[in-house]
Ligand binder design. Structure first.
Ligand code: ADP
Ligand code: MG
Length: 387
């Protein structure tokens, strides 16, 4: 989290006034412990919010313009709330714009305001900076601008997912926005993406640290093969539903996939969705009874499935995960987020964490020529007003 004084100073320098009611907001990133690429296939996921995220201050500006300045970007975003809101430069503005457009379409009206954000969360790294920014925008509008007394975080999560789907054009599932909006410090959340039923599970890793390894290989989700995977799953559902009736992809059995799907690539995608879903349920039970060994094994198998069946890893992620698994004290490692670059996570004995980070850093740089980033993280609460 960025220091509150630093944020107020940034706000004053940019917009020449102090933030409204001296409020200060924080929206976390998230890491998914297991259950990758199955939120949009109706599966279970197991994410938690992390202590890296986006901080913000806000104030009214007596106009019909919303101005958003990000200390992590060059161009300021301007939105005229009296005019049709459309996507456009700067690209990063599409995330808050999409959210604002949907809130207005829901029938809410408000005046222009200024907002300053600054983030310590890497962007485009699979830690959901996009959802963090969307949920932050919606939360600030409902809590500070509209002064609603009761904020429905699940409603905000859905609205933000819709904004990313329709306005930004990334067909993401509900996991990211849900994890950012609804997480609780000390817990990971088991979420059934089909029914939206969820359960908070203590994220106690015992004598192990959860380390995020950022490959620093950049990707933009909208440019990646993410949407292609979604289309492949849609194709599978079309064929499966003809034979076995309509369900979420994770609801079919491996036997039914074998029978109904002829294309070997689509078959692999389905196999990942179904086996990954089973792994999540086992992983949650393992964590509940403190069986970190089994939890780690499931992480390793999840990564194998993402590498060979879903094919969303790539050279950099494979290199960093392989290197991590070779280190003393590392029980398990896997890619996290959408893949194609971005981050992986590892469970490492606390006392050996420093040694782990320096060894993986050297080996990864030797093979890829890229300097990786490392964060030893803890769980956090969802988007909130800090002061
Ligand atoms: P991820 O969600 O994994 O970080 P995405 O590609 O979905 O990756 O979203 C990253 C994009 O979100 C960035 O390229 C940028 O457009 C926007 N974004 C996130 N955080 C910020 C920020 N602090 N300032 C400006 N834009 C941001
Ligand atoms: Mg994202």
């Amino acid at each position: 989290m960025i220091d509150r004084d630093e944020m107020e100073e940034l706000f004053h320098k940019r917009f020449g006034q102090v933030p409204f009611k001296k409020e200060f907001f924080f929206s976390p990133g998230r890491v998914n412990l297991i259950g990758e690429h199955i939120d949009y296939s109706g599966g279970f996921v197991f994410p938690m919010a992390i202590s890296l995220g986006i901080s913000a201050c806000v104030s009214f500006n007596d106009s019909d313009i919303i101005r958003i300045f990000s200390d992590n970007a060059t161009d300021e975003v301007h939105i005229d709330i009296k005019k049709e809101i459309a996507p456009g430069a700067p690209v990063w503005g599409d995330y808050p714009k999409g959210v604002i457009k949907l809130i207005i379409e829901e029938g809410y009206s408000f005046k222009g305001f200024d907002m300053v954000i600054k983030s310590d969360l890497p962007q485009g790294a699979g830690l959901s900076s996009s959802a963090s920014l969307e949920v932050l925008t919606a939360y600030i509008i409902f809590s500070s601008i509209l002064e609603e007394s009761k904020i429905d975080m699940l409603y905000i999560a859905r609205l933000c997912q819709k904004a990313e789907n329709m306005f930004v054009g990334v067909k993401c599932g509900i996991m990211d926005q849900f994890a950012v909006a609804c997480s609780r410090k000390g817990f990971a959340v088991k979420l059934d993406c089909a029914s939206m039923a969820y359960e908070y599970v203590p994220a106690d890793m015992g004598e192990y640290s959860l380390i995020i390894m950022n490959t620093n290989k950049k990707r933009e989700l909208s440019d990646s093969k993410y949407n292609q995977r979604r289309d492949e799953c849609d194709q599978a559902i079309l064929e499966l539903s003809r034979k076995y009736g309509e369900k979420a992809l994770t609801g079919y059995t491996l036997g039914q996939i074998e029978e109904a799907i002829k294309d070997p690539v689509i078959k692999k995608r389905c196999r990942h969705a179904i086996t990954e879903n089973q792994r999540v349920l086992k992983a949650v039970e393992s964590l509940k009874c403190g069986d970190i060994m089994n939890f780690s094994n499931l992480m390793i198998h999840s990564n194998i499935s993402l590498k060979y069946d879903y094919e969303v890893t790539g050279f950099e992620l494979d290199t960093i995960v392989d290197s991590a698994l070779k280190q003393k004290g590392c029980l398990g490692a896997r890619m996290t987020g959408a893949g194609f670059g971005g981050c992986a996570i590892a469970l490492v004995i606390k006392d050996l964490s420093d040694e782990f980070i320096s060894e993986v850093s050297i080996q990864y740089a030797e093979k890829t020529g890229i300097q990786a980033g490392f964060y030893t993280i803890s769980s956090d609460d969802g988007t909130r007003k800090v002061y």
